[in-house]
Design a protein around this ligand. Structure first.
Ligand SMILES: Cc1cc2nc3c(=O)[nH]c(=O)nc-3n(C[C@H](O)[C@H](O)[C@H](O)COP(=O)(O)O)c2cc1C
Length: 742
């Protein structure tokens, strides 16, 4: 095995799954993966492996770093120099927890799930996820940073117990805490109680409040002490002086990052996270491999609150450790030294090799000189640190600009989260706050955001009346959502509705009503009626949802949000064009582009019980082998959310003189969720899409990739199967006068 110095590698096969732990130095993992498993030399320094319930711990490395207790390992799974079994193709296993080293005295414990976790199912990319915790061993004491969610609750504490002396862990730093993590915390505290030891929990004030509430009924108060962190607080572990940076956002009001200057690791909790699980612990492959996951996570979690995201990022003035050096006050050989350091650190970083302590020296003022970002989910960000930090800035700026042009105030309250899920689907995504099991695929912006309009989220249980009034004054539309509780709307919604009804400006705005109920649903009816009585302009049919939303309901929410935002944009454009001089003739460029023609097709797609269709003329063949097509889909098109990477759909090619009825049907305005193929004769394809009886040919396709092209997504799709139905009729071609329209 790839053993060098303190590094060691372990290969274990069990139950058809193969786990590879190569830790010690960061490079060993990388080397082993690339040298393939056939390259393992029998018996060469193969170390011990302890395995319990999917927990894989490389003991040798832990011992080397003094992080493991002396208890015996499960000898049944110890490998001691026997030739490793023949290599097998890596099999994706459901989940496991594993430990590896990140830097001196710092280990990461990663709960890995190769598919979506039960509680992460709102993420359509289905690339799995990880829950990352970290352990820092100082000379005085050891701290645990973050705990895993309930999917790993048992395994997390078991792993800790297997690998560490629990009583040596004196501090728990919670950069984020939620009800999803309470079970893990309880199990950990119970284990500490059994050991007769206790722990001090460092967290922000909102996390402390939630934690107190959620642990109120347990008898664990003797096991932990709470320390509410204030900005600038530090925790000295001996050789590792953790600095805390409070980074609240609406989604995570308790957000708190921790920075360890001695290793230059930034523990960023949810920020810079991604729901993706690869064999690597690091971002090997950089933005090419993880770019989409990072962007996706940002869009889902942070895009709706750009102001607060910007404020959080401003507190984290991150500079990659391998940033260009400052030559200030340096001359001659010192300048050369700085350059060498820069070159070495850049090279080492690109290969995820460890960087020596000497290399870490040198500070850049107040900036957080960072060797790696250690997030709560996804890979540790190292080789693409600079790019990701820069991208976060760019994405935030884009969202800020968007919300400056127009925003919709999304006003709601929710006792159990169902109305929240509706609010989020209307706003920007199909999400679940940890409780709802939703499986709808999502990517990029949805709902209101999809039409390029900003969202101002106002949970009226938290926000003040002043905030509500201010938001109403600057928004271009609003939606209001409420659950029905005891036959009524909750008091914060009653108050918010009172404010809205008195607002003369709000009366002129397009608006909408939504809410979840159990059996009678009075709240939504009352809100709708009061708005109608006062002549408010309801822009979409009121959304009434019984308990938890289904995929179809979420689709209605998303489309309603997009419709509302489109209406706002149209109003703005109309106002702008009324003020601007009139041009009746298309520009030269538009006329030139308009000469590009495409075949008229109908695209149909389905995901769960959500389905949609669109007329498409920007369709072109893109490859012979495999047979492939490109199709441009406008970003705010309803079907866009059903044609993400991996999605399957049908392209129906229309024939000359056979396209009118279909085109007419698909070009009429639709209500959110309305069946677009109503009245057309169709059969269901094997991939769930619809085949038009009138199509001259049809193809079943799978989306391979998507490219963002201005206001469209260009899909590249492979044709899985297809049939020519009519070989006498020519393809209908869409001729245009201008490239400014379809
Ligand atoms: C205490 C309580 C009272 C409720 N009262 C009503 C009611 O009067 N009418 C109704 O339709 N649903 C009622 N429900 C059901 C809720 O409206 C339903 O669970 C809804 O999904 C909650 O939405 P939320 O998750 O956004 O809070 C009640 C639920 C609870 C727990």
């Amino acid at each position: 095995a790839a053993t060098s110095g303190t590094s060691s590698a372990v290969v274990s096969r069990s139950g058809g799954s193969v786990i590879l732990n190569a830790v010690g130095i960061l490079s060993s993992q990388h080397k082993l993966r690339s040298s393939s498993w056939t390259g393992l030399r029998p018996g060469a320094g193969v170390s011990q492996l302890s395995k319990t319930d999917g927990i894989h711990v490389c003991r040798e490395v832990l011992e080397t770093h003094g992080l493991v207790r002396a208890a015996a390992v499960d000898q049944s799974s110890v490998t001691t120099g026997a030739p490793p079994p023949p290599p097998a193709a890596p099999i994706k296993q459901e989940s496991d927890v594993r430990i590896s080293q990140v830097a001196k005295d710092t280990m990461t414990i990663r709960g890995r799930c190769m598919d979506r976790l039960k509680y992460e199912v709102e993420y359509g990319l289905k690339r799995g996820t990880t829950n990352n915790s970290y352990v820092i061993k100082g000379t005085n004491s050891t701290a645990l940073i973050d705990i895993m969610d309930q999917s790993f609750a048992e395994a997390f504490t078991k792993t800790l117990e297997t690998a560490f002396d629990l009583s040596s862990i004196k501090y728990l730093v919670l950069g984020h805490f939620s009800p999803k993590r309470v079970e893990s915390l309880k199990i950990l505290l119970q284990a500490l109680e059994k050991k007769g030891t206790s722990i001090e929990i460092y967290c922000s004030n909102p996390a402390a409040q939630l934690l107190t509430k959620l642990l109120a009924s347990d008898t664990l108060e003797k096991v932990y002490k709470l320390k509410t962190v204030r900005a600038g607080d530090v925790l000295d572990l001996g050789g590792h002086e953790l600095q805390f940076i409070l980074t609240p956002t609406p989604r995570w009001p308790d957000g708190m990052c921790s920075y360890d200057p001695s290793t230059q690791l930034l523990f960023s909790q949810k920020l810079f996270s991604a729901h993706v699980c690869e064999e690597n612990d690091y971002d090997i492959g950089g933005v090419d491999v993880y770019g989409e996951d990072w962007r996706f996570y940002f869009e889902c979690m942070l895009a709706s609150s750009p102001k607060q995201t910007k404020a959080a990022l401003e507190k984290l003035d991150i500079v990659a450790q391998y940033s260009k050096p400052s030559y200030k006050d340096r001359k001659g050989v010192d300048v050369v030294k700085e350059d060498m350091k820069f070159i070495f650190s850049t090279v080492l970083s690109a290969f995820n090799l460890p960087i020596s302590k000497g290399m870490l020296a040198g500070s850049l003022g107040d900036k957080l000189v960072t060797a790696a970002i250690c997030p709560l989910h996804g890979p540790i960000v190292r080789s693409s640190l600079t790019e990701l930090v820069r991208e976060y800035g760019v994405w935030t700026y884009e969202k800020l600009k968007q919300s400056e042009e127009a925003t919709v105030a999304v006003i709601y309250a929710s006792a159990y989260g169902n109305t929240t899920a509706l609010a989020q689907a209307i706003s920007y995504m199909t999400a679940a706050l940890g409780f709802a099991i939703l499986s709808r695929d999502i990517d990029e912006s949805r709902g209101i955001s999809k039409a390029g309009v900003g969202v101002d989220t106002l949970n009226v249980e938290i926000c003040s009346t002043e905030e509500l009034v201010a938001s109403l004054q600057r928004c271009s539309g609003f939606v209001i959502g409420s659950p029905t509780l005891g036959g009524h709307m909750p008091t914060p919604i009653q108050n918010a509705l009172g404010v809205i009804l008195c607002d003369e400006y709000a009366k002129k705005l397009p608006c909408g009503v939504f809410g979840s109920f159990g059996w009678s649903g009075e709240a939504v009816d009352m809100i709708e009626q009061r708005l109608k009585d006062c002549d408010f302009n309801l822009a979409f049919p009121t959304i009434r949802c019984k308990f938890k939303p289904t995929e179809a309901t979420l689709q209605v929410c998303e489309e309603s949000g997009t419709d509302l935002a489109q209406a706002i944009r149209k109003l703005k454009l109309k106002k702008r064009s009324e003020a601007a001089p009139k041009f009746t003739v298309a520009s030269n460029v538009e006329q030139a582009v308009g000469r590009v023609v495409g075949s008229l097709c109908v695209l149909t797609a389905r995901s769960g019980d959500a389905e949609s269709a669109m007329l498409a003329s920007w369709v072109s063949q893109a490859s012979f082998v495999p047979p492939g097509l490109t199709i441009a889909v406008a970003k705010d098109r309803a079907v866009e959310g059903l044609v993400l990477v991996g999605a399957r759909f049908v392209v129906n090619v229309l024939g000359q003189n056979k396209s009118n009825a279909v085109a007419k049907q698909l070009l009429k305005p639709f209500l959110p969720g309305e069946n677009r193929m109503e009245g057309l004769e169709t059969t269901v394809a094997s991939n769930g899409g619809l085949i038009l009886k009138d199509a001259i040919s049809w193809m079943e396709c799978t989306v391979q990739s998507r490219m963002e092209t201005g206001d469209h997504w260009v899909l590249y799709a492979v044709v899985d199967s297809g049939k020519l139905e009519d070989d006498t009729t020519l393809t209908a071609v869409h001729y245009r006068k201008t490239g400014a329209r379809y």
